[in-house]
Design a protein around this ligand. Sequence first.
Ligand code: SAM
Length: 173
Amino acid sequence: MNILEKVLLQIGVLKYTMGANLLRRFQLIKDFIYSAVGNEYKISVKEKKRLISEFLKIQENVKSMTPLGLWMEMAKEILTIPEEMEGDIIECGAYLGASSCALSICASLTARKLYVRDSFEGLPDDEITYTAPYTKTKIRYRKGDFCGKLDLVKQNIAQYGSINSVVFIPGNF
Ligand SMILES: C[S@@+](CC[C@H](N)C(=O)[O-])C[C@H]1O[C@@H](n2cnc3c(N)ncnc32)[C@H](O)[C@@H]1O
């Protein structure tokens, strides 16, 4: 196989993977919308569609370390907690607040509070080395990485989430 054929093959594989990923994501969203998720809180299909479009808006506008699929998994869990069960939601580690936006909307839909706990100064320790589980790639993090200042996180949640459902707890955990 010459270089050109190899490149074309790579492009083909890439396109196939992207197409397969898109289809999978579409299926996940469809399953979420038309499932029994949210029945506990009388959340309609229309409201679930709105929730997904809000998630997509967050994804477009606020950089996140957490993919949309995980927000949907968290939403599924929260929206199926029995209504009579007392309790709130806490996120430890907000970065720029993208997941906080998603979780705050779920908190609002279920009349719970979302506690957002963070130093708002980024990672506390120097030189944390993390080995990715599948690729075994080593990633080195430094003190201050993933810093999202409190004002910016608040601004993001006010714009893309439900700020009235959020209680901020600045400080180390
Ligand atoms: C990887 S980011 C979180 C990503 C975020 N959940 C998202 O979905 O985009 C890690 C966050 O945890 C915070 N953090 C890490 N260790 C902390 C600690 N010991 N105390 C307080 N905050 C901490 C950092 O400030 C940063 O905002």
